[in-house]
Design a protein around this ligand. Structure first.
Ligand code: SAM
Length: 280
């Protein structure tokens, strides 16, 4: 089978299985098994797959048709222009989260050497991006689970080894540290109990500990706001990624905890996605 035939066959099988982005996914899979770039594939499409490549393709398709996430199959995924290691045990970075980055960068653009805390780090995509984009920042990332933390560590090493560090910890427990931050950011688990029962097939492979935010999805917002507000410097900002229906509820949590200038921002799909406030 040639590369061209393999691409067409992969695309067809993905489409028949109801996978929406069949063209994009087929291209990613062919790139993965051949090790070729987009332009190499275009010039070498008549090459015949080796037995090894053919077997890899069969195995990958079998997994993908069972709705195993493409990102886990590839073992890496891009976020804000950088590559992150992903796999079983860690949440796959979402494009929506880039809205969090844009807002954080705007909030710290005039702060010299900001101290940043990223709670619920997962792959580390938020903290690591901020460390890379704001080079004079110092970023601490907090993660509770070792299954996720092994990816955080690898990704720090890969992308921001000099100004980002991981601390293992439970954000639901009271914080003892005296350290104060200019910006605390978190994309915590925020899926409600009702939503957990109706997850997309691929999302069911991601860790429940990265998704479930309690009955109403707000458990982490309440705890983090209460536990970490005293860890902000005067004028410091708390930034949350939120579920698209949680804007007003999270705004209220910030208000109850003394935050001012609370703003809800939308993502590129026009859904509420970020809430942030200032503590004077
Ligand atoms: C929604 S994921 C976000 C991951 C990453 N920040 C992102 O934006 O892709 C939430 C993360 O919080 C971690 N987590 C869950 N409960 C936690 C806790 N009590 N303390 C610290 N981290 C926790 C999960 O393991 C998961 O990595």
């Amino acid at each position: 089978m040639t590369i061209f035939e393999a691409y067409n066959d992969t695309k067809k099988q993905l489409k028949n299985a109801g996978i929406e982005d069949d063209v994009f996914e087929a291209k990613q899979i062919i790139k993965h098994i051949t090790g070729y770039s987009n332009s190499q594939i275009l010039t070498r499409y008549t090459e015949v797959l080796t037995d090894f490549q053919q077997t890899s393709l069969t195995l990958i398709l079998k997994q993908r048709l069972a709705r195993y996430p493409l990102q886990y199959i590839l073992g890496k995924w891009d976020f804000y222009g950088r590559s992150y290691r992903v796999g079983v045990g860690v949440l796959i970075p979402r494009q929506d989260t880039e809205t969090v980055i844009e807002n954080c960068l705007e909030l710290i653009k005039d702060t010299d050497s900001p101290e940043i805390l990223d709670l619920c780090a997962g792959t580390g995509c938020i903290g690591i991006t901020l460390a890379c984009e704001k080079k004079d920042s110092k970023v601490t990332l907090v993660e509770k689970y070792e299954e996720s933390a092994r990816y955080t560590r690898d990704n720090i090493q890969l992308n921001a080894p000099n100004n980002a560090k991981l601390v293992m910890g439970d954000v639901l427990s009271k914080v003892a540290s005296e350290k104060k931050y200019d910006l605390i950011v978190s994309n915590p688990p925020y899926v409600t109990k009702e939503e957990m029962a109706n997850l997309q097939a691929e999302v069911k492979y991601e860790p429940e500990t990265a998704l479930f935010g309690g009955e109403d999805g707000l458990m982490f917002y309440k705890s983090i706001t209460e536990n970490y507000k005293n860890s902000l410097k005067p004028g410091g900002k708390l930034v949350f990624e939120i579920g698209y229906r949680q804007g007003l509820a999270v705004k209220e949590i910030l208000e109850e905890n003394g935050f001012t200038d609370i703003i809800i921002k939308k993502d590129i799909s026009e859904n509420d996605r970020v809430v942030f406030g200032t503590l004077i």
